[in-house]
Design a protein around this ligand. Structure first.
Ligand SMILES: *Cc1c(COP(=O)(O)O)cnc(C)c1O
Length: 421
């Protein structure tokens, strides 16, 4: 069968889409919102649970800690139970807490503290900057020079990280701990977590992943890794700066968290207010301070939508949407455009990197034409057809808009900062 690049073809795909009706539950402003891997939109469900917590605050005041439904006191753990099926692990191993960057600090710090001697830490060249900043800071705080103790796996092509290179590095160097992204924020490559985890186990390397660009769109089975972190405002749609989360494999329960705080104390005795700290016997120990209820509540409703749609159905539609987007780019855009995302489904997350030397101006022109996407330096137009609210018709409209801009040269009139010149 030849590929159908017509608008009718897109609409026919929408007719067959089992998740099509979920879009009604999201407030995407007019136009094409293809930026859900930066900030997912508000859903009526997230609004409902946020409103409920505000109502509980109004009605119960401080008693919300015990009388909220669910009680605020254990809300981080409650959300952890709800997140666990997306990660293929037990509820006790997951907690909603802190921010992603803070979770990297406390988890990397925690595991560095378990090591003897000078630690060697593996990261990758293409990771999101905050991950590297936090890892370096944790090394420095323990008196180590990051330039000395970090092994950075390099990319061959500026787009992807070879799992074989990671495994070879584990084999050659005595790596104590690794932190890698599940999906690279720029190219959208999905790393083979299983393969890396197996090698990490073999070489006795503590293995952590940052799932910021995969949680909520790619199903996971994390039972073979040691820890993970993520944010909830991308594919989980929990709102700007929403509470983040972390996973700690149960074999590490009882380890002292690097950034200890009373909210991670054993819950039953937390309010005895002892001067000695007893960490909770679950991932809840990696909480630090009071759960931020107003940035946690929207995650509950947002998870209702994800759970109702089902993570496997979400992944299936995500792959179909990105496949379709890539096929349209191949078919309709000229030679100056290249797809920087791996074409094998098993190596692709939820977004697509379309490369062009004038990407920054093109993103500004797209915005002026009502299409919201990201520019990522130096040359990436980053497009996220998030499955819960993006249709095949939206993808088709997007490529048509991009093609019009490219053909007319409309982007040449835009300054990289978005102003028309
Ligand atoms: C989005 C993202 C973050 C964000 O960290 P915050 O602490 O929420 O600002 C961290 N790491 C990766 C890989 C990301 O994609």
């Amino acid at each position: 069968m030849t590929f159908d690049a017509t608008r009718e073809g897109a609409l026919a795909r929408d007719e067959r889409d089992p998740l099509a009706e979920f879009a009604e539950r999201f407030h995407t402003a007019d136009g094409l919102y293809l930026d859900g891997n930066s900030l997912g939109p508000l859903s009526t469900d997230a609004e409902r649970t946020l409103d409920r917590v505000i109502e509980e605050w109004r009605e119960y005041g401080i008693h919300g800690w015990t009388d909220g439904e669910p009680p605020w006191f254990r809300y981080g753990e409650y959300l952890g139970d709800r997140l666990a099926p997306l990660l293929g692990v037990d509820g006790d191993e997951v907690v909603a807490a802190n921010s992603t960057t803070v979770n990297i600090h406390t988890l990397v710090g925690t595991f560095l503290d378990t090591l003897d001697g000078r630690p060697t830490v593996l990261i990758d060249e293409l990771n999101f900057p905050t991950d590297g900043y936090a890892v370096r800071a944790q090394l420095r705080q323990r008196g180590f020079d990051p330039d000395d103790r970090l092994v950075v796996v390099e990319s061959d092509d500026g787009r992807t990280i070879g799992e074989g290179d990671v495994v070879a590095t584990l084999e050659e160097s005595d790596v104590d701990l690794l932190l890698l992204p599940s999906v690279l924020y720029r190219s959208g490559q999905l790393l083979d977590i299983e393969r890396i985890a197996a090698a990490a186990n073999e070489y006795e390397t503590l293995c952590g992943f940052d799932l910021a660009h995969s949680i909520g769109v790619v199903p996971h089975d994390l039972s073979n890794i040691d820890f993970a972190v993520w944010c909830s405002y991308k594919y989980l749609n929990a709102g700007p700066g929403a509470i983040a989360g972390c996973y700690v494999n149960e074999r590490h329960f009882g380890t002292q968290p690097a950034l200890a705080g009373w909210w991670g104390h054993e819950k039953d005795t937390q309010f005895e207010m002892r001067s000695t700290y007893t960490p909770a016997g679950t991932a809840g120990a990696w909480q630090i301070g009071t759960v931020p209820m107003l940035s946690a509540a929207p995650l509950e409703g947002a998870l209702d939508v994800t759970t109702e749609a089902g993570i496997d159905a979400i992944r299936e539609k995500s792959l179909a949407l990105t496949e379709y987007l890539i096929a349209l780019v191949d078919e309709r855009l000229g030679e100056a455009f290249a797809v920087g995302t791996p074409r094998e489904q098993s190596r692709r997350g939820g977004h697509v990197a379309i490369e062009h030397p004038a990407a920054e101006r093109i993103v500004a022109a797209l915005a002026a034409h009502g299409a919201v996407v990201d520019f990522r330096p130096p040359n990436v137009v980053r497009v996220c057809p998030a499955p819960l609210y993006t249709s095949y018709g939206d993808v088709w409209e997007f490529v048509a808009t991009l093609s019009d801009i490219a053909e007319s040269g409309a982007h040449e009139g835009f300054d990289p900062d978005g102003t028309v010149t």
